[in-house]
Design a protein around this ligand. Structure first.
Ligand code: SD4
Length: 320
């Protein structure tokens, strides 16, 4: 039995899911629907972790990572460390459509975007300026590493060993957690002709080193699509997760016969084995519209689904 079309994305970002679903219903391609869905999160600044205005790097600038992948042709467009342009998923698609390349980074990615007609503007907001000010108030500064030996995992970095106590309560209340630092949107869309598209958009990590690019724009890490099998998308500690290409692994596991849930679990297993402290989640869908997820390091993980199996967009929670 097939359940198509399908939209699945990480986290309870249901407006993004709904926007992609509505686009599919009105006849838009899976590609356009995915871009519309992820752009919705960029505009809404989903959880402060997608789009402009949050999670400044060590110099106070917000930078964006995004990718899009066509599971029919294996065409990919991606941007890393994109600066001063808000619509990262749109720029990723422009890389795929209008260049012969796959991944553009940094200042030059921004320049490409402007040439493609995207607006150049600051990504700073009062919120991101305030986040940066707080960080500096805690005696954090770009060269803090020189002053903290031997433990490089100092509280100034994006991965604090233990979340500050003041946030425990908040985390428990919002049981799907880790919202205080990072929540990428990763989305898989399948249309009724079984075309699978996958993509991501994020502003990465609070207080990252300028130039840092996470897993989200890396194909096979942040997301992956193969229309003959399905697709997958990841969220979480990108610096760890990208070493294991979990989205690629999940698709390969499904190709070898695993269900989406099993595939997500198998893809995450080696990460958990080598880095039991990491936090992350993976959603996986197969070409017939079945889906599943696996998570680690949160108490619960919620992801959003639009499918003919439901009357409206539904958030599915899994225990981690
Ligand atoms: C990153 N994976 O840049 C992203 C952040 C994220 O949920 O997904 N947060 O590492």
């Amino acid at each position: 039995e097939t359940f198509l079309p399908l939209v699945v994305n990480t986290w309870p970002f249901t407006n993004a899911t709904q926007a992609a679903w509505a686009a599919l219903q009105s006849g838009a391609s899976a590609e356009d629907s995915l871009v519309i869905g992820c752009s919705t999160c960029e505009t809404e600044q989903c959880d402060g972790s997608v789009g402009y205005g949050s999670n400044p790097d060590e110099r106070g600038e917000t930078t964006l990572d995004a990718m899009i992948m066509d599971g029919d042709t294996f065409a990919v467009g991606a941007v890393g460390d994109l600066r001063r342009v808000k619509n990262a998923i749109g720029v990723a698609r422009a890389v795929m459509r209008y260049s012969d390349h796959t991944l553009l980074v940094g200042e030059s990615a921004g320049r490409f975007a402007v040439e493609m007609g995207f607006k150049e503007e600051s990504l700073a907001t009062n919120h991101s300026r305030e986040m940066y000010k707080q960080w500096r108030k805690n005696n954090c500064q770009p060269n803090y590493r020189q002053h903290v030996t031997p433990d490089p995992r100092h509280n100034c970095g994006p991965y604090t060993p233990v979340p500050p106590k003041s946030l425990w309560h908040y985390q428990r209340k919002h049981h799907d957690v880790d919202r205080w630092n990072h929540d990428t949107i990763g989305m898989v869309v399948i249309d009724t002709s079984m075309r699978v598209w996958a993509g991501t958009s994020t502003n990465g990590m609070n207080h990252k080193v300028p130039g840092r690019v996470g897993d989200s724009p890396v194909m096979g890490a942040g997301s992956y699509a193969d229309s003959s099998v399905g697709g997958a998308a990841a969220t979480g500690d990108g610096d760890i997760m990208m070493r294991f290409l979990p989205s690629f692994r999940a698709v390969i596991e499904m190709e070898y016969g695993a269900s989406p849930t099993e595939a997500a679990q198998k893809a995450m297993a080696p990460i958990i084995k080598h880095y039991p402290q990491f936090s992350g989640a993976l959603v996986a869908v197969n070409r017939t519209g079945h889906y599943g997820a696996y998570c680690h390091g949160f108490s619960k993980f919620g992801y959003s689904v639009a499918s003919p199996a439901f009357e409206k967009v539904t958030v599915v929670y899994v225990d981690c």
